[in-house]
Ligand binder design. Structure first.
Ligand code: FES
Length: 177
């Protein structure tokens, strides 16, 4: 006999086998929306807020809870650029590549960071310490090239100075560890 996702019993609150409490928060969202399938996006948002990203395990959990085919849940999640599927790094570096920042060398900054810290644009370094993203104009053109390192705004700095800030940030963490 074959069982499908639809045959699976609805998970109880906090019932994920990993015992990860964060699934309990997803359960709350599921309950609040009464396990309605049309609440899929809302539940995925909660899951991403809680976990910081969506992986196959999380998507499967939501699919089972809402009695939806995993392919449907995966399809919806990948359709929206708001969702991310990779665990974020310990630190994030966002470089604005809008026109004003581009003129001030933002593309070089992205390339230099990617090379020095071995982190792909839009991804996370293999050691999980740094994520690198880019954005279109975020409204601080006077600070071009504008970089957001965690929650610190770095403006009007050259590539070397920006990378030094990143080095300092990562080194501080190593000293603490
Ligand atoms: S172009 Fe970078 S902040 Fe406007």
């Amino acid at each position: 006999m074959t069982t499908t996702v639809e045959d699976q019993p609805e998970p109880k609150a906090g019932s994920h086998p990993s015992g990860d409490d964060r699934f309990g928060l997803v359960d709350k969202a599921l309950k609040r929306t009464r396990y309605e399938q049309h609440a899929l996006i809302e539940v995925l948002h909660v899951a991403q807020d809680v976990f910081g990203y969506l992986d196959a395990d999380i998507l499967m959990y939501v699919a089972r809870a809402l009695r939806l085919p995993p392919s449907k849940v995966y399809g919806v999640a990948t359709f929206y650029s708001l969702f991310t599927f990779e665990a974020p790094g310990d630190h994030s570096c966002m470089v604005c590549t809008g026109t004003a920042c581009f003129v001030k060398g933002a593309d070089d900054v992205v390339r230099d960071i990617a090379t020095e810290f071995d982190v792909p644009e839009g991804g996370t370094s293999s050691d999980g310490r740094l994520s690198l993203t880019t954005a279109r104009c975020i409204g601080s053109c006077g600070l071009a090239p504008m970089v957001l390192l965690d929650d610190e705004v770095l403006g009007k700095l050259g590539s070397e100075e920006i990378r030094q800030r990143i080095r300092d940030l990562l080194a501080t963490e190593e000293e603490v560890a």
